[in-house]
Design a protein around this ligand. Structure first.
Ligand SMILES: Nc1nc2c(c(=O)[nH]1)N[C@H]1C(S)=C(S)[C@@H](COP(=O)(O)OP(=O)(O)OC[C@H]3O[C@@H](n4cnc5c(=O)[nH]c(N)nc54)[C@H](O)[C@@H]3O)O[C@H]1N2
Ligand SMILES: Nc1nc2c(c(=O)[nH]1)N[C@H]1C(S)=C(S)[C@@H](COP(=O)(O)OP(=O)(O)OC[C@H]3O[C@@H](n4cnc5c(=O)[nH]c(N)nc54)[C@H](O)[C@@H]3O)O[C@H]1N2
Ligand code: SF4
Ligand SMILES: [Mo]
Length: 710
């Protein structure tokens, strides 16, 4: 904290589920948060904040913010609540839970959380110790990156891969199913710096995103066809004699088997599956192999179809085949998180889970609440924190149906009365980042970031940590973790003795606000120049032995990989999407268009999507449709349209544009259904089916029809 002109300055860390995890500086004056800026000293985020967070201080004072605990006073979903005190709220929850436990057992209670706050102390897994101690159902969290993480761990092991800062050294940069300019903004300058030094930028995206428009080459495969495309690249690399045989011989396992698998995926055959021209497949193979260092940034959207993670396994083979890993800036970037010295066991207490406790996945919430899966006992209480499933989870209409159940006791901890919180019986007001202490890891760079409390909480908001302490006391838990201060928790969840910290301590982090973990500098890091893959064979594994499906940490429960799944394909491969005109012509007669629902530029998932100035910047819910598809349906630019399938519908405004290829519509994510034209948003049409590996979502694997709305 520094003082200057009556202001005090504090270290901040953006709490959101964003790979950038910006280091911020809070400015407080007379006890109020009056400003926020990026921390200029941070080598990755370099002082800039995105459009979503640039007025983050004002977000704390949003007039709609929840400031007091509430109890429902009208029908579920009506939004009618009365103010109560914390004591009463906690006592009410305790009384209801004791009754539920007596009648149904503790597994009738289910927590439900996600990365609305990524902090170790206040975020996604902050409630794990409490709920594991309680004996509740375990909530498996696979909204994002579980497919790519599973593929990554199977192929290359828990390595951080290429440092995103090392991209400046690359000469051929492939951004595959990521819209970096919107979703990974602070990585983009490193990509542009590489271009200044002569690099070519290739974006592989099913629509013409902002990032695709800024690239040197946009390759547009049909949604969910990426596995075929990657196998086509492998085929073309092998057939054109571009394999780095020395590297493959020494550091890859299963080349002959992969070669056989890829043999069928000739460029002509792949053109038919993906829509990408055979000549382009060959050209990409040549450029990727010969313009070194070549590097691939794997976007999360790559996993969002039936064959998502299988496709990522194929992508993971590419840099090894051509020896990209030999070079600084060459190879692959999924997420650096794997090298962070975090003590997930302390942070989540998996050892407290009673043997045989059931697991319910985030994506199946609708089914779980409405009898769509066998659950004995049924879920009688749901505790939602750091997530907004009515906007973000698939099969939303079923979730709403479940949340309306009179016998379900729902508690939601929130900043706002979201589309989910509206259905709560008890609402608990949570602090925002300027009001509490926290420790952030990152899935987009190699820095730990520390967030100081800059001001007292507004109203009666409390940090998650304090909420768990109060609930623990109510339920009679006196374990040590429930009496630690936030500062003690921040310190306890990091392995300070780990070599990645190079002797740095918490005091050092608190002083500077961020800390680079010790993984080699961006100008010298080439982690797999000589192999050293942290896999069972020590090599890149194209071929696996007896591998079982599993859900990768950290997103399952932040600590443990479940290995008990079904056997999987030992090789990377192409698993076709479930819902396309080619793979499901019967369904496509009713619903002929593929929809993709990427992130909105102006919202962070559903955060900020209730703020009028943010909605103004982002525009109301729109549906991008190709002129050919629009014409067939008599839809003109600006027309209100209804998008639907048998799972539900939502309305938006048509944007007729070539940015969507023929047969594909794009509607970005995050809009609140209560603020949309109709009571619906894009996840009303999304399937809750898992991708084949890692139980990832299939948001890019859905057929819909679009009609003009009146
Ligand atoms: N502005 C903003 N930034 C964010 C977020 C946000 O909501 N808003 N959310 C954060 C979170 S939680 C995450 S996970 C990341 C995600 O960030 P990204 O990985 O960038 O994910 P998306 O924006 O969903 O999709 C990226 C691109 O993939 C394309 N795409 C979709 N399906 C397919 C497909 O099957 N194949 C191919 N090749 N392309 C496809 C989309 O058209 C889109 O342009 O962003 C984070 N950053
Ligand atoms: N169709 C479609 N659906 C998708 C995706 C997609 O691309 N397409 N992307 C998926 C992905 S990648 C993700 S990560 C998920 C994200 O889904 P969510 O994690 O549900 O995303 P958010 O909208 O950020 O929800 C966070 C909520 O937590 C609240 N919150 C923030 N901080 C705190 C806190 O400290 N305490 C408490 N109690 N609450 C807090 C916010 O107010 C907000 O309402 O969505 C998934 N859904
Ligand atoms: S949302 Fe991402 S880019 Fe924006 S401030 Fe937070 S970490 Fe930085
Ligand atoms: Mo995500």
């Amino acid at each position: 904290m520094n003082e200057q002109s009556g202001s005090q300055f504090f270290h901040g860390a953006c709490p959101h589920d964003c790979p950038d995890t910006c280091a911020m500086v809070y400015e407080a004056k007379d006890g109020a948060l009056v400003g926020v800026a990026g921390n200029k000293e941070h080598p990755f985020t370099r002082g800039g904040l995105c459009v979503k967070l640039k007025d983050f201080h004002a977000h704390h004072y949003n007039p709609e913010r929840l400031l007091y605990p509430l109890r429902r006073s009208g029908p579920k979903g009506s939004g009618e609540f009365e103010r109560i005190g914390w004591d009463e709220a906690i006592a009410t929850i305790g009384a209801r839970w004791r009754n539920i436990i007596a009648e149904f057992g503790s597994q009738a209670i289910m927590p439900y959380s996600y990365l609305g706050n990524m902090g170790l102390v206040q975020g996604i897994n902050s409630g794990d110790p409490f709920f594991n101690r309680l004996g509740s159902t375990v909530n498996e969290k696979t909204f994002c990156a579980s497919g790519s993480s599973t593929a990554w761990l199977l192929s290359v092991g828990p390595t951080g891969g290429v440092d995103p800062e090392s991209f400046v050294h690359a000469k051929y940069i492939v951004i595959w199913a990521a819209n970096s300019i919107s979703t990974n903004l602070h990585h983009w300058p490193f990509v542009l710096e590489a271009r200044r030094r002569g690099a070519k930028i290739v974006v592989i995206d099913s629509c013409r995103s902002r990032t695709a428009k800024a690239a040197d080459w946009h390759i547009a495969p049909k949604p969910g066809s990426d596995g075929a495309l990657a196998l086509g690249f492998i085929n073309a690399i092998i057939e054109q004699g571009l394999v780095d045989e020395d590297y493959v011989g020494k550091h890859a396992y299963g080349f002959e088997e992969l070669k056989q698998r890829a043999a069928d995926f000739t460029p002509d055959y792949v053109e038919g599956l993906t829509g990408v021209k055979a000549a382009d497949i060959k050209r990409f193979a040549t450029e990727f192999a010969t313009i070194q260092p070549s590097v691939i940034r794997i976007g999360v959207a790559l996993e969002r179809s039936a064959g998502g993670a299988q496709a990522i396994r194929a992508v993971c083979a590419l840099p090894a085949l051509v020896g990209s890993w030999r070079h600084v800036g060459g190879g692959l970037l999924q997420m650096p998180l794997w090298e962070f010295p975090i003590d997930w066991v302390k942070a989540s207490r998996p050892d407290w889970i009673r043997p045989g406790t059931r697991v319910v996945n985030n994506l199946k919430l609708g089914a779980a609440l409405t009898g769509g899966m066998p659950l004995d006992p049924p879920i009688k209480s749901l505790f939602v924190y750091c997530t907004n499933p009515v906007s973000q989870a698939p099969e939303t209409n079923r979730i709403v149906e479940g949340l309306k159940r009179e016998d379900l006791f729902t508690v939601v901890s929130e900043h706002f009365l979201t589309d989910t919180a509206k259905y709560a019986d008890i609402v608990l007001p949570a602090t925002m980042a300027g009001e509490h202490e926290d420790m952030m890891w990152s899935w987009g760079h190699f820095y730990l970031t520390y967030n100081q409390k800059a001001i007292e909480p507004r109203g009666e908001c409390k940090p998650s940590s304090e909420m768990w302490r109060l609930l623990a006391r109510e339920m009679g838990f006196d374990d040590e973790i429930f009496s630690k201060t936030d500062e003690e928790l921040c310190a306890a969840y990091i392995n300070w003795d780990a070599p990645q910290l190079g002797g740095a301590d918490f005091a050092h982090l608190k002083e500077r606000g961020f800390l680079r973990i010790n993984v080699g500098t961006p100008d010298e890091r080439a982690p797999h120049a000589h192999g050293n893959f942290p896999t069972p064979s020590g090599k890149v594994e194209f071929l696996l032995h007896e591998a079982k499906n599993f859900v990768a940490p950290p997103f399952r429960m932040m600590y443990e990989a479940e290995q008990s799944g079904e056997p999987i394909d030992p090789l990377p491969g192409y698993a076709a999407p479930r819902e396309t005109p080619q793979t499901n012509p019967v369904r496509a007669q009713l619903f002929p268009l593929n929809i993709i629902s990427p992130k909105s530029h102006g919202f962070l998932n559903s955060c900020y999507a209730n703020e009028p100035h943010k909605i103004k910047g982002q525009g109301e819910q729109f549906v991008i449709i190709n002129p050919g598809d629009a014409q067939n349906r008599d839809i003109r630019d600006g027309d209100p349209v209804r998008v639907f399938n048998d799972r539900g519908d939502f309305q938006g405004v048509a944007r007729v544009s070539e940015d969507s290829p023929l047969g594909v519509v794009v509607a970005t994510l995050g809009y609140w259904r209560s603020l949309n034209r109709s009571d619906g948003s894009v996840n009303c049409i999304s399937s809750d089916a898992w991708s084949g590996l890692g139980r990832a979502p299939t948001f890019s694997d859905n057929l819909v029809e679009v009609r003009r709305a009146n």
